[in-house]
Structures are given as structure tokens and as C-alpha cells.
Design a protein around this ligand. Sequence first.
Ligand code: GDP
Ligand code: MG
Length: 597
Amino acid sequence: MKNIRNFCIIAHIDHGKSTLADRLLDYTGSVTAREKQDQLLDSMDLERERGITIKSHAIQMEYVLDGQDYILNLIDTPGHVDFSYEVSRSIAACEGALLIVDAAQSIQAQTISNLYLALENDLEIIPVLNKVDLPSANPEEVTDDIVDLLGCDPEEVIHASGKTGFGVDEILKAIIERVPAPQGNVDEPLQALIFDSVYNTFRGIETYFRVFNGEIKKGQKIKFVATGKEYFADEVGTLKLNQVPKQSVKAGDVGYLITGIKTAKEVKVGDTITDFANPTTNIVEGFEDVKPMVFAGIYPVDTEDYEELRASMEKLQLNDASLVFQPESSAALGFGFRCGFLGMLHMEIIQERLEREFDMTVITTVPNVSYHAYTNKEPDVAFIVNNPSDLPETTTVNRVEEPYIKATIITKSDFVGNVMSLCIEKRGMIINQTYLTTERVELIFEMPLAEIVFDFYDRLKTVSKGYASFDYSPIGMKVSKLVRLDVLLNAQPVDALSALIHADNAQHIGKKMCEKLKELIPRQQFDIPIQAAIGAKIIARETVKALRKDVTAKCYGGDISRKRKLLEKQKKGKKRMRQVGNVEIPQQAFMAVLKLN
Ligand code: GDP
Ligand code: MG
């Protein structure tokens, strides 16, 4: 055990975590030439394209220092706020963390939020100043920033480049010398932390764990504490680039487990694995049941594809337990599903996977958060509203609560004014403002989560010319003056376009919404009135004008255009349009309320 080191890499997005991980694998000879591929740890196609690590994995390296053999387990952490619970569990499996800071960008919001997670888990922090090869690198200044943040000596900050490999040997040496060896006792009852799980079509669910005490043996009867489920450990082993089956994985080490589990739901990240016959009295602290934060409807473009969509969602859920869904029906869109996601990125990923892996064409409706509504009849019973159209009649509502977050924003001092105005417009309340350096400011706000869902990231980037980073964590529910804004097309309410918004903004948003929809809805042979309403009251109105006659004639007359029409009909499946009544609504229109600026 004294020659094992368990560590993770934490960084703000794009500061070079994946690139550096690749260099570590190279340098320790953990990858053969054939296996070499850029950003090895990001194994899903989608991850590689987006350049983010969605699912954390672990990999074992071997390294010799001063004649001693060491085993280094690198536990990869996801780099996005949507997956912050998974980050925290990966961190809890380690004794040390490499804190990567881009030498041109310096400290950003996720540098800090990840650092806090690591400190909460008593990890040894090894600061790494990365990308020193960049012409725009600012090594002295950024080293000062790191020293200020950590209270460490400047000599402790390792200068490195994932691109050139500079500093990689020094990093490996620091991991061995500075990260404590795991403690724990092989003779105690099994106590292991699940920090990830992955679905494999052939083998079912692979569970990744860190053993704190005892050992997990092939064939052993084990128990998952939080779910209460019992299994046999059909296969256990350690994680090289491929899995290496072993007779047992002992205290201090990281490994995988295969038990014949077929659905991701049975394995909960953060749960403790123990021995069935001789269970531990210690469970690993910090287990949480992850809850979806953002909800949206997913509907097939072609109503006939409903059953196929259900089958696809069920398959997706096998390997992504954080996706939840249940059938719902919409007057406008017919049968579909109300789905819960960890955040906006997670939602986009699911939509994209449905299209790529299952060849489904779907419409996603306006995302919303989960509200609590209380009626006058039962003012103490929270009625959970995951779909705006489920909000009870306005007259019967006693109050509505919405989820709030603590938002941390780091920006250059020049942009503090802009960022403040944006956050206040987004119903934020400033809690704290700290100058990290003379040029960099940390702002803490309390804000409704719903406002983050509504085009916050893009606006923040714009008002700060890209010089603002952002992170958040939920802080609970608060009462808000919310109303449901409905949209009518051709005098018909389209439930899938409804949104809950703050009463003070309703007039303004209603107007903008009508203008935006006018832009997005294609003209047809008749006028299409667009109206925004709160209850029975119409608050805004626009009209999509009919196409002129001669234009129509050109489009639809003659032989060639009949052919084109057929072609278009064929393509329509891929066009992401939904016919509602006699109006065609494109996918973008369902997202209009998110893009009003
Ligand atoms: P991650 O989001 O933290 O995993 O960051 P990546 O490893 O994906 O790197 C983000 C971008 O920075 C990529 O375009 C990399 O090629 C680039 N990059 C990473 N490390 C270095 C470095 O040391 N020097 C330079 N010049 N570019 C780097
Ligand atoms: Mg990455």
C-alpha cells in the first residue's frame, strides 16, 4: 500500500487536463503506440468532439522512482458543472490532486470550485502552471495568483506543458513525494466507494470503485449499502487501458467490478460496497441521490415514432442513470416524454445521442426547472411542477417556490459593472465581492436556477468579452412571484411553448417572445396570429403574414416543383418541424424563450 498513489486532475475547462493526462500515460509507458490516440481518456465520440470529459474513468500507471516501483492511479473527473456530484465522488476516491492552471488564463471559477471540493476531502494539492509554451503565457503573474490562492511557496508550483511534455517528470515525482500513500487496513471488513459506473453492451454495468478497507475478491458476496442490493462479484480487477482481471483488489487500490447488473439505476455513484456476511460499520460519507435540475419535453417529430423513441430512451437510461423520463402528452405535440437532466449540457448530450446512436428525430421543448406549488386548499403540501402546464389554476395557487443557486463568477475588474447588471437583470442578489488580484474579481450571487437555464452563459460571455467564468451550486427553494406565460398560434394555445416566468418580467418577455416567434415561424398561405397570454389576458401579439399569391404559385406549381415537394417531404423527418394544427413550428421556436436577446 505504501507504493500506491491515488490522484486526480482538477482544472477549469480547457486548461489542459486531458492533454496532460495523455502525457502522463505516455511518459509512464502506459499506452502502446497502437493504442495512442489524442485525449485517450475521453472515450465517447461526443466527448472527443466537444473536448470535454463527460464520464470519469480511472487508469493505472506504473512508475519507477529511485529504484522503487510505484502504482499511480489517475482518476479522471468530469469538467462541467452539470456533473459536479460525480466530480466530488472522484475526488473523494483520491489522496491528492493536480491543480492545473492555464498560464495565460490564470485562475477561473471552476479552478476554485474544484479546489474547494479537493480541500473538503483533505487532498494534497499539487499546483501545476500549464501551457507555459504559449507565447501569451504569463508565468510570473499566474504563479503569484496561485500562491495567493493556496498560500503555498512559489517553488511548489510546477511549470509544465501538456503540449511539449515539459515538466511531466517533475509532476510524476511530485505525485510520489507529496501525495500521501493510502491508509487503511486489509484485514478490516470491505469498505469501497463507487465513484463511477459505465454501461457495456456485452458485460452489463461496470462499476468503478476505490477500496478504503478490506479487499474485494472474485466470487465474494457483496452488498451495496445505499441501495441495499446484494450481488456476487463475478469479476474484479484493476484498470489499465484495458481491464486486468485479478483475484482481489485490496485496500488502497482502485478497480472495477462486474456483477451482471444490467441497468445503470442499480449502481449509485457515492454508494459504499461492503461484504455481505461481514459488513462494515463505516460507510463512505457524502452519498447523495442525484436529482435532475432541468426538465424538458422530448417528442418525436413523426408521431408514429413514439414507441421507438420510448425504446431508445430506455436504452439510453441503461447507461445513464441520471436521465429520468416519464410519458406525458401535450395537446399540441401528442405523446412524448417529460425528461429530467442534470443541466443544459446534459440535455444537449441526450438529444444528440438520441439522434446519433438511435437515429431518432426529436423536438425538445423549452427547458424548465422543478417548481413547488402550494394551493390554498393545502398550503403545506408541495405540488411538484416539472412542466409549466401542470401549474394549478392561478386563482387556486397560494404560492410558488423555485430553486435558487449560489453563483460564483470570476471576471476582470473592467467587466464588473456589466456582470453586475446582467446578474441583477437575472434576478440575482449580490452576496460578496472579493478582489483576488488588482485585476481579477470574484463575485458571489444568489440567483434563481431558472435564470441560468435561460441564456445566461452566452450573455455572460458577451458582456465580459469572454473574460468571465462561472460556477454554481444549489442552495434550496425560495418563494417567487411566478406566472405562466402561454402562447397561442392561430388562436390555439400551444402548451409546449408555455413557460413560468417572474410576474415583473411577464409583459416584456411576452412581447419579445411574440417577436421572436414571428422571426422563426415560416410564412404560409394564410396569416398566423401569435399571441402571448397570462391566464385569459392577452399581453402581446404579432402576425406572421401570409405568402403573396405569386410566390405561392411559383413554389407549388409545375412539374419540377412537385418533385421538389416530394423531396422535401422525405427530408422533413430530418428537418425538425412539428405540425401543430395547421401551423408548422420549427425546433428553434420551442427554444425561442431562451434566446430573447
Ligand atoms: P481540458 O478541457 O482541461 O481537458 O483541456 P484539453 O486538454 O482538452 O485542452 C484544451 C485545449 O488546450 C486544447 O486545444 C489543447 O490542445 C490545448 N492545450 C492543452 N495543453 C496545452 C499546452 O500545454 N500548451 C498549449 N499551447 N496548448 C495546450
Ligand atoms: Mg478534457
